[in-house]
Design a protein around this ligand. Structure first.
Ligand code: LLP
Length: 419
């Protein structure tokens, strides 16, 4: 359930018509419902009630400070993959001891930043990384808390670009080498092994792959125990899918049940890294129809939002429902909804049945709260769009639309070119 609903054929976000916001902030813009964000976080967290747990929201899904701050307020932690995300997390107010750091390519400066911050745990993805973390911790006179990110080789049955737990994927350390990792970590002076981690992919719509991954982690845990290593944290990563179209992913309660059952009898502190399931359906992208055009074989709706604003359709062929902000016109058309960018890959939807919208009408691209704004770019020198959060009948601009000046910020023309 989310708070984007029609009242008298007008799309509302909580208690404000989307049209009202569009008239005030211009288009395109991302629009988030505070009530939905909060509800999704609490449902997810509550699903694990009774267990020692930390829900570390995955910053990559949506890293706007206002959204991060909401999860700070709700008692969440943060899952990061870069120094930039650490910076945002600290700015939003996350305590260092609620931050976990994954990623196959951590740079020295990023490792140092995290060590100096005192984060909860590094999820280590290679033996070389483990050695580097040990070395940097030694130099900084710190002890680095680590978990090995295990690649359990399970098929999450999702888009190949967002599968991460197959042995052919670059992520984590395979189960055989993971033991070597723990052995090595055990002998290193400046790391403290505290956890085990996996993340098998994203937009997963079945609980089974999670259970398979957990089974694999549990048998590893037995081996690790035999080495005399005490593991306190088990990080299950993120990946729970959402409904974009007709998918029926498990409810967070079913997902939790699958995990909790497999964890019975252990005293592990569970870490979860949900992203999409919390923010995906809490946000939409609002865009205006610039033109209609009929080609010999296709009908086109040309919108003012393009692939630089929402990459997912182009990159993954992802489906996002598209609705008319003012509904009530029953005449339907089949059209490609495209953006203004000079590429054929610039589309929001292909051969889509939508209401017969006309120039100036507003469209809502649904389920755009996760991996929307964060993946947007300035391609074609298009300023990044605004982000807006609604709370009941008020709205707040949580990120200003960029101006032309922002596009050239930091650029300079060397003097030799001016002579
Ligand atoms: N933890 C780790 C280590 C991750 O790599 C990810 C996502 C998550 C947690 C959060 O996963 P979620 O709960 O959101 O599925 N851009 C793609 C999704 C890429 C996901 C990358 N990793 C998309 O738009 O579908």
């Amino acid at each position: 359930m989310h708070h984007f609903e029609y009242r008298d054929h007008e799309l509302y976000c909580e208690n404000i018509p989307v049209r009202t916001i569009a008239e005030k902030v211009g288009t395109p813009f991302f629009l988030y419902s505070h009530a939905t964000l909060k509800r999704h976080f609490l449902i997810f967290d509550k699903a694990f009630e009774g267990l020692k747990r930390l829900v570390c929201f995955s910053a990559k899904a949506n890293s706007n400070l206002a959204i991060l701050k909401l999860f700070v307020n709700l008692g969440g932690g943060l899952d990061i993959v870069s120094g930039g995300e650490l910076y945002r997390g600290l700015k939003a107010g996350f305590l260092p001891k609620t931050i976990v750091y994954s990623g196959v390519g951590k740079r020295v400066d990023e490792i140092d930043y995290a060590l100096n911050t005192g984060i909860l745990m590094f999820n280590v993805e290679s033996l070389e990384e483990l050695k580097l973390i040990d070395k940097r911790a030694g130099l900084l006179k710190k002890k680095a808390p680590v978990a090995v990110r295990v690649n359990p080789d399970v098929d999450p049955k999702t888009h190949p670009y967002i599968s991460t737990g197959l042995k052919k994927n670059k992520f984590g350390i395979d189960t055989a080498s993971a033991l070597k990792g723990y052995q090595m970590a055990n002998e290193l002076e400046n790391v403290e092994i505290i956890g085990i981690d996996c993340h098998i992919g994203s937009q997963i719509t079945d609980a089974k792959p999670f259970q398979e991954a957990l089974a694999s982690l549990k048998s590893l845990l037995n081996e690790i125990k035999k080495m005399g290593i005490d593991i306190r944290y088990l990080d299950m990563g993120g990946g729970l899918g959402i409904t974009y179209d007709d998918e029926s992913p498990p409810h967070p309660r079913e997902y939790a049940k699958a995990i909790v059952e497999s964890l019975k009898g252990t005293d592990l502190h569970l870490i979860l890294e949900p992203g999409r399931v919390i923010v995906g359906n809490a946000g939409i992208l609002v865009t205006r129809v610039l033109f209609r055009k009929s080609g010999p074989t296709k009908e086109f709706v040309i919108a003012d939002a393009g692939m630089n604003d929402l990459m997912r359709p182009t990159l993954y062929n992802a489906f996002h429902a598209i609705k008319a902000v003012s509904a009530g016109n029953d005449r339907m058309i089949t059209a490609d909804i495209v953006g203004p960018i000079c590429e054929t890959s610039d589309f929001l939807a292909i051969d889509r049945n939508i209401p017969d919208v006309k120039q100036g009408d507003l469209l809502a691209v649904m389920s755009a709260g996760a991996y929307g704004f964060v993946m947007s770019s300035n391609y074609c020198s298009r300023p990044k769009v605004a982000e807006v959060m609604v709370n009941d009948d008020q709205f707040y601009i949580i990120k200003k639309r960029q101006e032309y000046e922002d596009l050239v910020a930091g650029e300079s023309i060397p003097t030799f070119l001016n002579s």
